[in-house]
Design a binder for this molecule. Structure first.
Ligand SMILES: [Mg+2]
Ligand SMILES: [Zn+2]
Length: 188
């Protein structure tokens, strides 16, 4: 049976934006995130993390360190996210095997498509939540809601980028808790 999902950006949305989170020691979950995920889970939403991790292409950390970070995060988030899908790429880095153009780096929608192959998602009742313009640009023409968070990158700049791309979020929220209130609000 199809279920609604919340596609969650990671850095600046679930955890403190570090300008490349390189190790478990730097991981700090934002206030209210665990409670929000519990509420969304209780309401039947699939929770899926979609994250650009070009730090791998740049050589700042590797796939195994990223796996350790996600394992730690999974523990602190009560095991609620069903999947963590990442893009390790960055175009134009010739000395990295990941230094190429791909279809999964947001704003491309490859990670979203991967998630929809893994799970049966009711897109019309689903949302993308993130602190970057590119998180919401990933939506493209798909029938998903989009919420921009103010908890990570400078949000006025991200909102301006979205407007320049002719997109406007359904909501600009202080943090995941406020996004969660909006998602769970009764709709006519
Ligand atoms: Mg982010
Ligand atoms: Zn990629």
């Amino acid at each position: 049976m199809k279920r609604p999902a919340v596609f969650l950006d990671r850095d600046g949305s679930l955890n403190v934006e570090r300008d490349f989170l390189r190790s478990v020691a730097e991981l700090e979950i934002l206030p209210g995130v665990l409670d929000s995920l519990q509420r969304l889970h209780a309401a039947g939403f699939l929770l899926i993390v979609l994250t650009n991790q070009s730090g791998i292409a740049r050589g700042y950390y590797d796939e195994s360190e990223l796996a350790r970070i996600h394992e730690e995060m999974h523990g602190r988030l009560d095991g609620l996210p069903r999947a963590y899908l990442h893009c390790p790429h960055l175009p134009g880095l010739e000395n990295s095997p990941y230094g190429r153009t791909c279809t999964c780096r947001k704003p491309a929608d490859g990670l979203l498509r991967q998630a929809c192959e893994l799970f049966e998602v009711d897109l019309e009742r689903s949302f993308v939540v993130g602190d970057s313009a590119r998180d919401l640009q990933m939506i493209g023409d798909l029938p998903l809601g989009g919420i921009l968070l103010r908890s990570g990158k400078p949000w006025e700049e991200e909102l301006a980028k979205l407007r320049a791309a002719d997109r406007s979020p359904d909501l600009v929220a202080a943090d995941l808790s406020e996004a969660c209130d909006f998602i769970l609000a009764p709709r006519a």
